[in-house]
Design a protein around this ligand. Structure first.
Ligand SMILES: Nc1ncnc2c1ncn2[C@@H]1O[C@H](COP(=O)(O)OP(=O)(O)OP(=O)(O)O)[C@@H](O)[C@H]1O
Ligand SMILES: [Mg+2]
Length: 198
């Protein structure tokens, strides 16, 4: 199964979410890989740094291009695709994904680009907004939740809080998963529900 992590806005937490969700899956014994489809290679560099400090990740991170994205995945594995914030490769990832996760925070720029991203995902592909760097007590966050729910945009009910520890996790093996464990649980149950309906 291919799970694209995408948003046309940069810096919303795509790479962080890809690495943490892959870690959560691997720690549950699920066969997991990350495809790094971003030319910035942030996910690959994260894995390299982790190896350098002796914290190998429990999954492989592989560079991916449009051709890689077309390749089939094993039925029992989860492949998280980290995407660039714009361009052809991102659109391609949206078109091949079985599920799309769209991370965003509570700025109006994020909201605008999230809309655009959601519109570019095929109708039949399950898609979920993931709120990251969340500051749940702020008015900005509360009004974002209201707006998303009013428009019935699908989202994970678990939100990832703004945390210094998550910011500092770049280049390390994420052992503590924070809210990403709950996000993975929601993702897996929605996938199982969809499979049950087929
Ligand atoms: N929950 C969080 N709390 C605090 N900082 C975070 C959180 N999630 C991500 N960050 C930080 O925000 C920045 C952007 O995150 P990240 O690199 O994952 O975004 P991205 O969408 O992949 O960016 P790009 O579009 O450049 O690829 C990074 O410095 C990261 O460490
Ligand atoms: Mg990134």
């Amino acid at each position: 199964m291919k799970i694209a992590i995408a948003n046309a806005k940069g810096g919303v937490g795509k790479t962080t979410s890809a690495l943490f969700l892959a870690s959560a899956a691997a720690l549950r014994g699920i066969k997991t890989r990350v495809w790094d489809a971003d030319v910035q290679a942030s996910a690959s560099l994260w894995a390299d740094k982790a190896i350098e400090i002796g914290q190998d990740l429990p999954f492989e991170v592989q560079a991916a291009n449009k051709s890689t994205l077309m390749k089939p995945t094993d039925a029992d594995e989860l492949v998280f695709i980290d995407t660039p914030p714009a361009g052809d490769v991102m659109l391609h990832a949206l078109s091949v994904a079985d599920v799309v996760i769209v991370p965003m925070s509570d700025t109006s720029m994020d909201y605008q680009q999230t809309w655009i991203t959601m519109r570019n995902i095929p109708d039949t592909t399950p898609k979920f907004i993931l709120l990251t760097r969340a500051e749940e007590t702020t008015n900005a966050f509360k009004s974002l939740i209201r707006a998303l729910d009013e428009q019935q945009l699908p989202r994970f009910s678990a939100v990832v809080r703004k945390r210094q520890a998550l910011k500092l996790a770049v280049g390390t093996n994420p052992r503590k998963l924070y809210e990403y464990g709950d996000v993975l649980t929601e993702l897996l149950s929605s996938v199982r529900r969809a499979e049950g309906e087929e």
